[in-house]
Design a protein around this ligand. Structure first.
Ligand code: GDP
Length: 195
């Protein structure tokens, strides 16, 4: 049902896929640090502090699993990529951890790849999208911070962002956590993958 928040309950964190609880169906959220991932997960759940909105991007370095209490399935918050100030050893661990998860996770239905609507896609975003396509991991691009794009620029920005991702305009879900735009639509999409 549209409008109903996703009831999320934190289950566990891990650095390796085999440490995660089994699931029948799962969706994962991934994106560059500071793209607005925590804000979006909080908006989907209509809870302020569920996924930490961090002032220090790149600090949450674990795979975080949430149960979708109403409806079943799980939602995963993957660590953000591409934050330059993350210490080298953490950056080095990121690749194997995320790649392992994306390739090995049983029950993973789709990956929501967040791209900053005001600035993206960055070269790292494009790399991530290419990697997912090459490895046949199902995914959907979500453009965040739609409220930051001026009305007069929206059409152009939508076209540019889609072209940058090598997708059609209609393939991309545009959202704003700050203004609550298309959050219902994204909830429906999440639920459709979990049921
Ligand atoms: P994360 O690092 O991907 O989890 O990103 P956060 O959710 O911590 O957000 C990073 C920054 O972007 C914060 O300053 C947020 O307030 C801001 N932000 C997140 N979503 C939106 C949005 O929809 N609109 C605007 N204008 N800012 C946003």
């Amino acid at each position: 049902m549209s409008g109903r928040p996703l009831q999320l309950r934190f289950v566990s964190s891990a650095t390796r896929t085999h440490q995660l609880p089994e699931t029948a169906a799962e969706v994962a959220f991934v994106g560059r640090s500071n793209v607005g991932k925590s804000s979006l997960i909080n908006a989907l759940a209509n809870q302020k502090q569920l996924a930490r909105v961090s002032n220090t991007p790149g600090r949450t370095q674990l795979i975080n699993v949430f149960t979708v209490v109403d409806g079943g399935g799980t939602l995963v918050d993957l660590p953000g990529y591409g934050y330059a100030k993350v210490p080298g050893h953490i950056r080095k661990d990121w690749g194997p951890m995320i790649e392992g998860y994306l390739l090995e996770r049983e029950g993973l239905e789709t990956v929501f790849v967040l791209v900053d609507g005001a600035i993206g896609p960055t070269p790292l975003d494009v790399q991530m999208l290419d990697w997912l396509a090459d490895n046949e991991v199902p995914h959907t691009v979500v453009a965040t911070k739609m409220d930051k794009v001026k009305s007069s620029k929206k059409r152009t920005r939508k076209r540019e962002l889609a072209e940058g991702c090598r997708l059609e305009v209609g393939d991309i879900v545009w959202v704003s956590s700050a203004k609550g735009i298309n959050i219902d639509q994204l909830r429906d999409l999440v639920r459709s993958h979990l049921s």
